[in-house]
Design a protein. Structure first.
Length: 135
């Protein structure tokens, strides 16, 4: 069943429920591994149709701007068209961010809350200093 929510986000019912379950979970204190386990237990197929979810799949979904209806263009580029060598664009070419380029699966508010939670959790990570001893 398809439709639109208050924010104008396109709702394919199954994808909407799957994504909102993922996006809301980080704010509820669940890890990516716990979210993956819950998605697998609920027998919800991954975007690629697999039965078992991984934490890497959850991370990719939570960081993919396409779920909110936007697109970042020129993430990669072909540096050698004869050998078809594709490289990640880390500043060699300009990138373009296009908002509302396609129907959204989730609203921007939900997307932004998920990004804030990911940033908060990322800033809490402990980094081991090299050259130090632990006792």
């Amino acid at each position: 069943m398809a439709g639109h929510d208050d924010e104008g986000a396109f709702l394919d019912h199954e994808r909407h429920l799957r994504w909102n379950g993922i996006a809301i979970c980080p704010g509820m204190g669940r890890s990516r591994q716990q979210i993956a386990g819950a998605q697998t237990a609920a027998e919800i197929p991954t975007p690629m149709g697999k039965a078992v979810w991984s934490s890497a799949t959850i991370a990719a979904i939570l960081r993919n701007e396409k779920y909110m209806g936007s697109a970042l263009l020129q993430k990669t580029f072909v540096s050698d068209c004869i050998a078809h060598k594709v490289e990640v664009n880390v500043g060699q070419l300009p990138q373009y961010f296009v908002e509302d380029s396609h129907p959204a699966i989730v609203g921007k508010d939900t997307w932004n809350r998920a990004q804030e939670e990911l940033a908060r959790r990322g800033s809490k990570r402990k980094v081991k200093q090299t050259g130090t001893k632990t006792e």
